[in-house]
Design a protein around this ligand. Structure first.
Ligand code: BGC
Length: 392
């Protein structure tokens, strides 16, 4: 397995078990307190550029974490918020699918946006819209929730079918990546997120026969493309035809499980990320990142921890969880990124001038901390007759 990177001399002292337990409790509370009455999860309640919006990507991981730590009602309220957004755009989605089928794809500007206001609108600010990954993650989170609780997905069935059509018709299109950049490329993390969603929903057995077989076929083609053009020197790449890694690739190993943990490609990807874009336990997005100077993202350390846990390396995963807890502020809030060791320090101040200090708290960071804690069985879902854990 991958060699464990040596602890760096300037790494902070790991958090104590009590600090970790407290952060688990306060993270759940943070997410519940901020979830809106409509079910949306604000990305960051206080950060200027994100305030007032909920992303399908952040939200799906937050819902998955809340589902994993015993708050199915919170996850389901988010699924409802998404379903209303999707159903309200039925005509747009059907047009997109029809145009794709006719070989005259809709322009990027007509594709679904990546974030919405809490009132399920598109909002007026310009954004790096057209990103496909979040819609795959939504399907994936629904499938995970059903696996945990045997939840009947009928209530979201119409929206699920629309999104399966949308993704099956459009997954080949280049679009902005998880970090809302490089729209000219086809991103392996985006492809993997779509494959995860489609596989998860076909496994749930809720699609009509024809759509089910289209979805399965799409998964096969996506995984074929990743295998043939999304791998370099044995590891996954940031985009099709590229050579570099991006830490979002870790999520394809865990928790989304489209790349088998322990497989040669999973091990090589973890190794490459640890060797090139990890310092101690702090993980960067990618080597050339300059956003807020390119800091370490606690949520990415948690994805690294999840990849290790799924390969059976629980001690290493626990070490990463403890490190993540050290990134919490005095008020227990987890930031989007920490600027302990920036990749491009000269880019920090210009971003602060533009948007203020980096996002803090970021609900997605809290969610990934919870998801890793749940994986390590430090917190879990209550088992009640109506919400039973799957025996699988
Ligand atoms: C990140 C996205 C994230 C958004 C909201 C952006 O800076 O690049 O991945 O979805 O913030 O948290």
């Amino acid at each position: 397995m991958t060699a464990e990177p040596a602890r760096s001399a300037s790494d902070p002292t790991p958090a104590s078990p009590t600090a970790v337990e407290d952060l688990v409790e306060s993270s759940i509370k943070m997410i519940l307190d901020h979830q809106t009455g409509t079910g949306a999860y604000p990305a960051s309640p206080t950060f200027s550029a994100y305030a007032g919006y909920c992303w399908f990507r952040d939200g799906s991981f937050i819902a998955d974490a809340m589902s994993a730590v015993g708050h199915p009602e919170s996850a389901e309220a988010f699924f409802d918020w998404c379903a209303r957004i999707i159903e309200a755009r039925e005509v747009q989605i059907r047009d997109i699918a029809a145009l794709a089928l006719a070989g005259t794809p809709a322009p990027d500007a007509d594709m679904l946006p990546t974030r919405y206001t809490f009132a399920e609108e598109e909002g007026s600010e310009e954004w790096w819209d057209f990103q496909l990954d979040g819609y795959g993650m939504w399907l994936w989170a629904l499938g995970e929730h059903r696996r945990r609780y045997q939840t009947d997905l009928t209530r979201w069935g119409h929206a699920i079918r629309l999104i399966v059509e949308y993704l099956c018709s459009s997954w080949r299109r280049p679009c902005f990546d998880w970090w809302e950049e490089f729209a000219e490329h086809t991103h392996v993390s985006t492809l993997g997120s779509i494959a995860a969603g489609l596989s998860s929903i076909t496994a749930a057995g809720v699609l009509p026969e024809e759509l089910d077989s289209t979805a399965r076929q799409s998964v096969e083609e996506i995984m074929g493309l990743i295998g043939s053009e999304g791998v370099h020197a044995g590891h996954l790449t940031k985009w099709i035809g590229g050579e570099e890694v991006d830490a979002s690739l870790l999520a394809l190993i865990a928790p989304m499980s489209v790349i088998e943990a322990g497989s040669a490609v999973a091990e090589a990807t973890v190794r490459e990320i640890e060797n090139h874009i990890t310092d101690g336990n702090g993980v960067y997005r990618y080597a050339a990142d300059t956003y807020y100077g390119g800091g370490q993202w606690p949520l990415l350390s948690c994805f690294l921890g999840l990849a290790h846990a799924s390969a059976g390396h629980h001690e290493r995963a626990r070490e990463i969880l403890d490190w993540t807890a050290t990134t919490a502020g005095a008020d227990g809030s987890l930031p989007e990124q920490v600027n302990r060791r920036l990749l491009a320090p000269e880019h920090f101040a210009p971003w602060v001038e533009r948007w203020g200090k980096p996002a803090d708290p970021l609900l997605w960071s809290h969610a990934m901390f919870l998801r890793l804690a749940a994986e390590l069985r430090l917190v879990g879902q209550p088992t009640t007759p109506s919400h039973r854990e799957d025996a699988e």
